[in-house]
Design a protein around this ligand. Structure first.
Ligand SMILES: C[S@@+](CC[C@H](N)C(=O)[O-])C[C@H]1O[C@@H](n2cnc3c(N)ncnc32)[C@H](O)[C@@H]1O
Length: 215
């Protein structure tokens, strides 16, 4: 049986999703997310794993001293990320078409080898979150950092109720994205310690950014 966090098949819908991703996100990126990404990625130093790189939106923001392995399991997303890489001419970033559960990723990373793992808008989508977080803990060196930017389940009403009600349909439309994960709490439950964290409430969805450390 195929591992849930491994590379998934390429379909017409995954290609359409990849094509629409940047145009759909454009306004939110300009208004909010790009600043959050920039502040977060200033912490990405040394040997870095970027999980679920998508269309490569973070690539221009990495410090050239960082040595980044970016993984992306969706072929259509990875293709777009590859063309961003070529445009940037960024030898400090290597792109691998794979998911966090693929053996090819584990083969590139040993235990305690990473200085940072970057996850932006990915933990809402990863099918087996527990497996992914265990892998991050294994690959991060002691004191290594997990850098996250994620939308999370609201604590306000009616937003909380709406996010739960919409998720069963939304997750099919948005390639497995759950609107009702309390990723901020889960990370702490899995033993990550907060170095710094911030919450930003838009009208419909709260965003969580954090620098966490392996405890
Ligand atoms: C909403 S997109 C976010 C893309 C990008 N990180 C960003 O900030 O815009 C979620 C991404 O997570 C990827 N993803 C899903 N499951 C994954 C897994 N098991 N391992 C790594 N990435 C995964 C998807 O293919 C998709 O590109």
């Amino acid at each position: 049986m195929k591992a849930p966090n491994a590379k998934q098949p390429d379909t017409l819908y995954t290609r359409l999703f990849a094509k629409l991703y940047d145009p759909v996100m454009e306004k939110l990126e300009a208004r909010l997310l790009m600043d959050m990404r920039r502040s977060l990625l200033a912490h990405a130093r040394g040997r870095v794993l970027e999980v679920g790189a998508g269309t490569g939106v973070n690539f221009p923001l990495y410090n050239k001293e960082a040595k980044v392995l970016a993984i992306e399991p969706a072929q259509a997303m990875a293709k777009q990320a590859e063309s961003v890489l070529q445009g940037l001419g960024a030898p400090h970033i290597q792109l691998l078409e794979a998911g966090v559960g693929d053996a090819a990723v584990a083969a590139q990373l040993g235990e305690d080898t990473l200085d940072a793992v970057v996850s932006t808008l990915v933990l809402c989508t990863i099918p087996d979150l527990e497996q992914a977080l265990q892998s991050f803990r294994q690959w991060l060196r002691p004191g290594g950092q997990l850098l996250v930017l994620e939308h999370i389940h609201d604590d306000r009403q009616p937003q909380r109720w709406i996010q739960s009600a919409v998720t069963p349909v939304w997750k099919h439309l948005a390639e497995g994205c759950y609107l009702n994960r309390r990723t901020d709490e889960l990370l702490k439950d899995y033993g990550f310690e907060v170095v710094e964290e911030d919450y930003h409430y838009t009208r419909w969805v709260p965003f969580y950014t954090a620098v966490l450390r392996v405890g």
